[in-house]
Design a protein around this ligand. Structure first.
Ligand code: KG4
Ligand code: ZN
Length: 348
């Protein structure tokens, strides 16, 4: 079964053709990072406009790279939730139109489900030390720019949220810490790069005291802000966007390394707790943009991670998720009626 997966939930315009939920026949991702690096974050209206400009060429390229015509495509899958409203609209309206035009069944996929299913793509399995599929029941740590959740999965397409962030997502925290340190958007890769030359034990940041399996990351961002202000000798009223002018390269590297270590320790502590609470879990899978992080990969040698190129937003994971949803009994949606849900939970 060949599925065309379409993803436009944030600032990547992506389309891919995936066979049987595993084999990537093509995977085209056009990132808007260059546009937003300058602004230090995503501007939703600009993101939607750029999706509109490249959406159809991206889909054409995905079909061409896969050596497919529309006749070869068995279904279209599209991210309909959650994400930026304007961005989701471009992807879903395109998918709806194509489904009607080419008479293909249309499936709606939740963005976090697709991140999780990046782990079932054969590129991910080959890139890891392990060459078998994750086993159920499992725990999934989903860490992205918008979400930080621990999910318990009894089987395919069965998601139960067992832990979630009370405030910021961990990726968002990377992006905010990067801003304080004068590093570009997105903050995750920039912090990871700067941290390579830094001392991860130079600064100590407290771990939040949050009950159970829930997370909190807004305190860590503030702790970085206060530590930087202290380091450069300015009062707490000093504007955060001016701090970068007072930091030298080594200080940035040390802050980046110390912050990264703390953020990853917080994630691993909660995952350990989750494994205590769910001793029947046979696998741990990590997913979402932050799963690209090499320090985290080193800290969790037993866990499944997507191939690094599949950690961020892409169409292949949408195709994979759709395949397993169909296996679990999902039905096509009405292409004339499919709605978008910018904030809906994975449990709905
Ligand atoms: O999944 P994703 O591409 O988009 C969302 O669904 O949000 O995740 C983007 C997030 C950003 O916050 C980015 O800073 C973070 O993933 N990220 C990383 C790394 N690469 C991307 N965070 C830490 N380390 C990385 N190497
Ligand atoms: Zn994402």
């Amino acid at each position: 079964m060949k599925i065309l997966g379409i993803e436009t939930s944030c600032d990547e315009t992506a389309a891919a053709v995936v066979e049987d939920g595993a084999k990537i026949l093509s995977n085209v991702v056009v990132s808007q990072i260059d546009i937003f690096a300058e602004y230090g974050g995503v501007i939703p209206e600009v993101a939607a406009r750029s999706h509109l400009e490249v959406m159809l060429p991206v889909i054409d390229k995905a079909l061409e790279d896969a050596s497919c015509t529309w006749d070869d495509i068995d279904a279209i899958a599209v991210t309909h939730a959650p994400g930026l409203l304007g961005s989701l609209l471009i992807g879903t309206l395109t998918a709806r139109t194509l489904a009607v035009l080419h008479n293909k069944p249309l499936y709606a996929v939740h963005h976090l489900k697709s991140h999780v299913y990046a782990n079932w793509l054969s590129d991910s399995l080959e890139s890891g030390m392990i060459n078998f599929l994750p086993e159920f029941p499992l725990l999934a740590l989903v860490i992205s720019g918008g979400h930080t959740q621990i999910l318990y999965m009894k089987g395919h397409d069965q998601f139960e949220i067992v832990g979630t962030t009370k405030d910021d997502a961990v990726g968002e925290c990377f992006d905010k810490a990067a801003k304080i340190l004068g590093l570009p958007y997105p903050g995750g890769p920039a912090i990871a790069k700067a941290a390579k030359n830094g001392d991860a034990n130079k600064y100590k940041f407290p771990h939040p005291k949050v009950e159970g399996l829930d997370f909190s990351f807004s305190g860590l961002k503030t702790a970085v802000l206060r530590a930087v202000q202290k380091e450069v000798g300015v009062p707490i009223s000093y504007p955060s966007h001016k701090l970068k002018e007072l930091l030298n390269e080594q200080q940035v590297a040390d802050f980046a390394a110390s912050f990264q270590k703390t953020a990853m320790e917080i994630l691993c502590e909660k995952l350990d707790l989750a494994l205590e609470e769910y001793p029947d879990a046979k696998s741990v899978v990590v997913a979402g943009g932050v799963s690209a992080n090499e320090v985290l990969r080193g800290m969790l040698p037993e866990a499944f991670f997507p191939a690094p190129s599949l950690s961020g937003d892409n169409g292949a994971m949408v195709g994979a998720a759709c395949y397993y949803e169909i296996q679990a009994g999902a039905k096509p949606v009405d292409p004339y009626k499919l709605n978008i849900y910018p904030r809906i939970s994975i449990e709905n």
